[in-house]
Design a protein around this ligand. Structure first.
Ligand SMILES: *[C@@H]1O[C@H](CO)[C@@H](O)[C@H](O)[C@H]1NC(C)=O
Ligand SMILES: *[C@@H]1O[C@H](CO)[C@@H](O)[C@H](O)[C@H]1NC(C)=O
Ligand SMILES: *[C@@H]1O[C@H](CO)[C@@H](O)[C@H](O)[C@H]1NC(C)=O
Ligand SMILES: *[C@@H]1O[C@H](CO)[C@@H](O)[C@H](O)[C@H]1NC(C)=O
Ligand SMILES: *[C@@H]1O[C@H](CO)[C@@H](O)[C@H](O)[C@H]1NC(C)=O
Ligand SMILES: *[C@@H]1O[C@H](CO)[C@@H](O)[C@H](O)[C@H]1NC(C)=O
Length: 598
């Protein structure tokens, strides 16, 4: 025991201090539409996620991790290290019938890891372009791909149905590299897990491994049936009163089991101790809406696809045997993964990206390398959110109905919940960590951490729904560090902060590569290609793109912004404006005055 301890300390020092770190294997696991409230590490006993929780307690929890609010936006930001607005991938995710993808001028994370000597595999969801072969994962840095290219598939038939105008296109969406797979059976979460285990078993350990496991769960199924659990998890959540929520919980249970099995496979292959395991969700759950999955983001506001914390603040865990476990409170953004992982891999990250390298910050417990970030933008609906230090600002048109606390009704129980301690102790992760890493769970420490992570225990959800919802007239400003539930609007009381942050948003808005309106391409119909969602355009085929002007900034000019330009004598702003307005005479009032909020 004592020597094992010395050995572990020795390895730890070697790993963290040596200049010549052995390249770690990277297993990056992404959940789809998993709610803040739906991992038990955040304090709720309703859905137990023991494998995820243990990885968190024994690893680093990024407690202020931000992602984008929808799948294509967050996944493209992850793989490029750039804000989605630069790629035109923000707002609505790429539709199955749409010609589009991450611009081919972009190089993705797997390519940088290939340069650093890694073998690269993608399992599960893509949704970063499939109309042309050049958009597919195997054209973009992945040595192998096994999964689906649209946003969601039926968990048992692997077909995707795209409905519009009262009609629908449907077809198979499961591929091995570029070939359709038509002989699979079983639940998709199990298939993805089995594929992951095969890759780990067959991996040549002389090369570092990058395995990106992009689970479909717990997103609503993409066929005509939306809530589909693996058979062995149907009854796992009988205590939940809401029957649809019970099925969602089964998908989360399946996801958690998958993670336990992947950890076990890494241990069996004897590479667990040098594998970096990362777990995140692409965005928050959809308690309401078109892809409703009955997940809950409580006590955070909102649903996926909106600028509220429920959509963009996600669970994020980084585990490696040599990284000291901690709750890390620094700001971390989805664009930071690319430079951070490339640094961990000893590779060379590109310059000119939005992401920052947080590898030293994470491994040496330093402060975050970032103080501010563009949170999310939707230029079709017209809103944007930005964070600077403690402050978060939201501007634009956001609907009131999805801006409140959603999903309270999912939380009712009809039977007592399982005991948290025993669920943890009987999990696969607990077993593997004990047997392989000689690591015993310290329950006191665990309960202490769980309490720190629970936002519910520190903030009450107010029942009054008269909270700030932004409009074109006025936005919302929160001290999000103190007020993660977005209850107290500071907009009226802090005009200088508002002015500074709005100007910052105008700066980003001016750089938007506008999201094209989704144009249904009839040629995408899978019935034209044996009922398979395979590419329908040649790589070099020219297609007229819908033309779109740069969208107008979704907030009227603030008096404070004008005052700032006057006070700073910006290009003699006051004199120039006054001369200009005089020259326009009455036409100023008729044409321009409506733009201003005074
Ligand atoms: C959907 O219906 C509208 C109105 O009838 C029509 O203008 C549009 O072209 C249709 N779209 C498709 C893809 O059929
Ligand atoms: C499905 O078909 C592929 C290609 O023919 C084959 O390699 C694979 O073993 C088959 N899988 C199953 C589950 O039958
Ligand atoms: C939440 O509400 C309960 C009951 O009203 C109260 O006892 C508790 O102090 C409140 N907690 C916070 C953090 O405001
Ligand atoms: C935000 O709130 C926290 C906690 O109350 C406080 O410590 C911090 O100073 C506030 N930030 C700003 C910029 O006012
Ligand atoms: C501003 O006005 C002053 C005095 O009228 C003039 O000398 C100066 O060149 C002007 N500056 C700019 C940037 O127009
Ligand atoms: C502005 O208003 C004037 C009337 O004062 C009108 O003749 C003109 O067409 C307007 N210009 C634009 C661009 O709308």
């Amino acid at each position: 025991m004592f020597f094992t301890f010395l050995f572990i300390i020795g390895t730890l020092i070697l790993n963290t201090l040596s200049e010549d770190i052995v390249k770690p294997n990277i297993v990056f696991i992404v959940a789809d539409d998993l709610g803040w409230d739906d991992v038990s590490i955040h304090g709720s006993d309703q859905i137990m996620t023991p494998n995820i929780d243990i990885m968190g307690y024994e690893g680093t929890i990024l407690h202020q991790y931000y992602t984008d609010s929808l799948g294509t936006a967050s996944r493209s930001a992850l793989f490029t290290g750039k804000y989605a607005i630069r790629l035109g991938t923000h707002g609505s995710s790429i539709a199955a019938t749409e010609d589009g993808g991450v611009p081919l001028s972009e190089r993705l994370l797997p390519s940088y890891l290939q340069d650093a000597g890694y073998t690269t595999h993608l399992l599960g969801k893509w949704q970063l372009g499939h109309s042309r072969k050049s958009y597919l994962p195997t054209s973009r840095g992945f040595d192998t791909f096994y999964g689906f290219v649209t946003g969601s598939v039926d968990y048992y038939t692997y077909s995707h149905v795209e409905s519009f105008n009262g009609s629908a296109f449907f077809g198979l969406d499961l591929f091995e590299n570029t070939h359709p797979v038509d002989n699979q059976t079983g639940h998709l979460a199990d298939i993805i897990t089995d594929q992951a285990i095969q890759i780990i078993r067959n991996h040549d350990i002389n090369k570092p491994l990058y395995l990106h496991v992009s689970h479909a769960a717990p997103h609503a199924g993409g066929g005509l049936v939306h809530l589909q659990t693996p058979e062995d998890t149907i009854n796992a959540n009988d205590h939940i009163a809401h029957s649809a929520r019970r099925l969602y919980a089964g998908m989360v249970t399946g996801l958690d089991k998958s993670i336990g099995n992947i950890i076990a496979a890494l241990a069996e292959r004897e590479i667990l101790d040098n594998t970096l395991i990362i777990f995140v969700s692409d965005n928050g759950a959809a308690p309401v809406g078109a892809t409703q999955n009955f997940g809950s983001n409580l006590p955070l506001r909102g649903t996926k696809g909106r600028p509220w914390e429920g959509a963009i603040r996600s669970i994020a865990i980084v585990w490696h045997a040599s990284i000291t476990p901690q709750i890390w409170n620094g700001l971390f953004h989805v664009t930071d993964w690319l430079p951070t992982l490339v640094a961990a891999a000893g590779g060379k990250a590109p310059t000119g990206i939005d992401g920052v390298n947080q590898w030293n910050a994470l491994t040496k417990d330093e402060d975050s390398s970032r103080k501010r970030l563009l949170l999310t933008v939707d230029d079709l609906n017209g809103w944007a959110a930005y964070r600077d230090g403690d402050f978060k600002i939201i501007i634009g048109d956001v609907d009131k109905e999805t801006s409140v606390y959603l999903g309270n009704e999912f939380k009712e129980l009809r039977l007592p919940v399982h005991l948290y301690e025993s669920t943890l102790l009987s999990s696969e992760a607990a077993h593997v960590f004990k047997e392989i890493l000689d690591l015993y769970l310290d329950l006191d420490e665990i309960f202490h951490k769980r309490d720190k992570l629970s936002l519910r225990s520190k903030h009450n959800i107010s029942q009054e729904f008269n909270f700030c919802v932004p409009s074109r007239e006025s936005g919302c400003l929160f001290n999000i560090t103190a007020d993660p539930l977005e209850t107290t609007n500071l907009w009226p009381s802090l005009p200088d902060v508002v002015r500074r942050m709005v100007l910052r948003l105008r700066y980003y808005w001016a750089q938007i590569n506008p999201r094209c309106l989704v144009k249904i391409d009839k040629k995408s119909d899978p019935s034209l290609r044996d009922f398979v969602w395979s590419p329908w355009l040649k790589d070099n085929e020219q297609v007229a793109k819908p033309i779109r002007d740069r969208p107008r900034f979704p907030l009227k000019v603030l008096v404070g912004e004008l005052q700032y330009l006057i006070d700073s004598k910006f290009n003699n702003f006051s004199e120039t404006m006054s001369a200009y307005v005089k020259s326009m005479a009455d036409s100023f009032l008729e044409n321009v005055s409506e733009l201003f909020s005074f």
